[in-house]
Design a protein around this ligand. Structure first.
Ligand code: IDP
Ligand code: MG
Length: 155
């Protein structure tokens, strides 16, 4: 019997032209405080083909947070967000691999953990919009900008 390789729909076939990317991931202070970093890192490691190429536990200063969340400055949630993000150490990582930017956003789930589907990190462990466990870059441009902020040696 013929293998159905010529039956792959075009929108899936296109995605087989895979591109290696890198993304900046932060496990937020709530993930560290709650002892969920191992669980979250495991989920990232179990996605075949991705690699963690930098990983560091660190407490973020105001300057770093202002650069990272600059796009949200002036919004009502900005000040409490920065305060929360400075409230304890985070785990900062670079993750590399095929379609990893889109993939990490899918693993994380949408911003509001109550709207996030069970099975996603935010959907499984979060309740509060601000304390939603994980940051992952939302585009190639953001990823390059954010890698430069957190790991200038890797820019
Ligand atoms: P994202 O992390 O899913 O990309 P953004 O809209 O870029 O979401 O917001 C950055 C972070 O700011 C969120 O992850 C969350 O911690 C916080 N945040 C966003 N919107 C709200 C809000 O309406 N209330 C409280 N915190 C918020
Ligand atoms: Mg964002």
């Amino acid at each position: 019997m013929d293998t159905p390789c010529n039956l792959v729909p075009p929108h899936i076939a296109d995605k087989e032209h895979l591109v290696s990317q890198r993304t900046l991931v932060l496990l937020k202070p709530d993930a560290v405080r709650r002892g969920l970093t191992g669980e979250i890192i495991s989920r990232i490691e179990r996605k075949a083909g991705w690699q963690i190429t930098a990983l560091e536990l660190r407490t973020l200063d105001q300057d770093t947070l202002e650069q990272h969340y600059g796009e949200h400055k002036g919004k009502p949630f900005y000040e409490p967000l920065v305060e929360f993000m400075a409230s304890g150490p985070v785990v900062a990582m670079i993750v590399e691999g095929e379609r990893v930017i889109e993939g990490l956003r899918a693993l994380a789930g949408p911003t509001d953990p109550i709207a996030a589907a069970p099975g996603s990190i935010r959907g499984d462990y979060g309740v509060i919009v601000r304390e939603n466990l994980i940051h992952a870059s939302d585009s190639e441009e953001s990823a390059e900008r954010e890698v430069k902020i957190f790991f200038p040696g890797r820019a």
